[in-house]
Design a protein around this ligand. Structure first.
Ligand SMILES: NC(=O)c1ccc[n+]([C@@H]2O[C@H](COP(=O)([O-])OP(=O)(O)OC[C@H]3O[C@@H](n4cnc5c(N)ncnc54)[C@H](OP(=O)(O)O)[C@@H]3O)[C@@H](O)[C@H]2O)c1
Length: 336
């Protein structure tokens, strides 16, 4: 089988596709999935370099988010609700391959009308943003939400979810093209270039001097953003794409009676598993109602050989939304 096999750590730009990778080994809860599309995450780069918190033993296959069909010869474990040929998506180590072993308990059916490209990138960013905006940020209809890196994978999903809830969104991004994506694809009400000093004054102007009720931050800009948070606002720490973990002076939290909360989607499975199906129920309702349409970077990357270049594009901030590699190079078989 073709796959990106890791036997030693190196930058993903130097990786090549192996043509004779071993077939996946299936555990007792696993089904075998023929990969149609695999989504990219920043942690794929870290894992390729050996710098991620989760480093499987050598040899392993890179990639973690995918969509595909249950292989015709897949075993069907007890309690599994899928059958061969079903369209599924989820999170499994080894997504940059033709086939992958997937724990059926963490996989979902691809929603009707959704393409494999769209479904490939659903399993991490959308539940993270749903939990961050709704459970942790406690966003209410009519409130102002500031979403940093609003054209990125996590950011764009947060913009869409906040808008679907009826909130008003100010998105930030680092280039005119990405500001356009925040508005056109995400539906943000306003979009600001956060590389320009003084963007907080713009936020205050837009919100009539009140500031934003919720800050959603995958970059590491909480401290700067507290200049434009409203009384009793909620700041949600999502990630540190900017590369630095911030230190916050706690007097800033006290002065405006604000809350600073975190979201770590992966930790819910261990600490609060009952939250996970609630989030997916909410997301599926939004997908099915058409209020939430997953945004995929266009044009898509075609074929496993495009993975190294695609990861370089992700690292250099070229992509927007979810960057996806179409592993199966034949046309999509989505029911549109
Ligand atoms: N807490 C959780 O459960 C959870 C879940 C998923 C992801 N995350 C974290 O969220 C962060 C964003 O993930 P993502 O999937 O949205 O990534 P992404 O698609 O690569 O987007 C990140 C965006 O951050 C902005 N950015 C600002 N400074 C940057 C820098 N120095 N290098 C790269 N990008 C920079 C870029 O937008 P501009 O070009 O517009 O500045 C970029 O588009 C990551 O830190 C990730 O680990 C957390």
């Amino acid at each position: 089988m073709r796959a990106i096999v890791i036997n030693e750590y190196m930058h993903p730009s130097k990786r090549t596709v192996t043509n004779d990778a071993p077939e996946p080994t299936l555990g007792k809860h696993d089904i075998l999935v023929d990969v149609e599309a695999a989504a990219l995450n920043f942690f794929d780069i870290l894992q390729s370099l050996g710098k991620y918190q989760n480093q499987p033993p050598f040899p392993y296959v890179l990639g973690a988010e995918l969509s595909g069909t249950v292989n015709p010869n897949s075993p069907i474990p007890k309690g599994c609700r899928f059958k061969p040929g079903d369209r599924v998506f989820g999170y499994a180590q080894g997504a940059f391959a033709e086939r992958v072993a997937c724990d059926h308990r963490t996989f979902h059916s691809v929603p009707e009308g959704m393409t494999f490209d769209q479904a490939a990138g659903l399993s991490i960013t959308y539940p993270t943003s749903y939990t961050g905006i709704i459970s942790r940020g406690e966003t209410k209809s009519g409130e102002w939400v500031l979403v940093h890196a609003g054209a990125g994978g996590v950011g764009l999903s947060a913009v869409q979810i906040a808008k679907a809830l009826g909130a008003k969104v100010i998105a930030t991004a680092g280039s005119p093209a990405k500001l356009e994506i925040c508005k056109k694809v995400g539906g943000a009400d306003e979009a600001l270039d956060y590389t320009k000093p003084g963007w907080q004054k713009e936020v205050l102007r837009i919100t009539g001097g009140k500031g934003v009720d919720v800050i959603y931050d995958p970059v590491g800009l909480i401290k700067d953003s507290l200049k434009c948070i409203a009384w009793k606002g909620r700041a949600v720490v999502v990630g540190f794409a900017g590369g630095k973990i911030e230190q916050l002076p706690s007097n800033l939290i006290l002065l405006k009676n604000i809350s600073v909360v975190g979201v770590h989607w992966g930790a819910y499975i261990k600490n609060e598993p009952e939250h996970v199906p609630e989030v997916w129920k909410g997301l599926f309702e939004l997908f099915e109602s058409g209020k939430l349409i997953p945004a995929v970077y266009d044009p898509p990357y075609i074929g496993l050989d495009s993975v190294p270049g695609a990861l370089v594009d992700l690292e250099s901030r070229k992509t927007w939304g979810k960057a996806v590699v179409r592993v199966k190079e034949t046309p999509q078989r989505a029911k549109l």
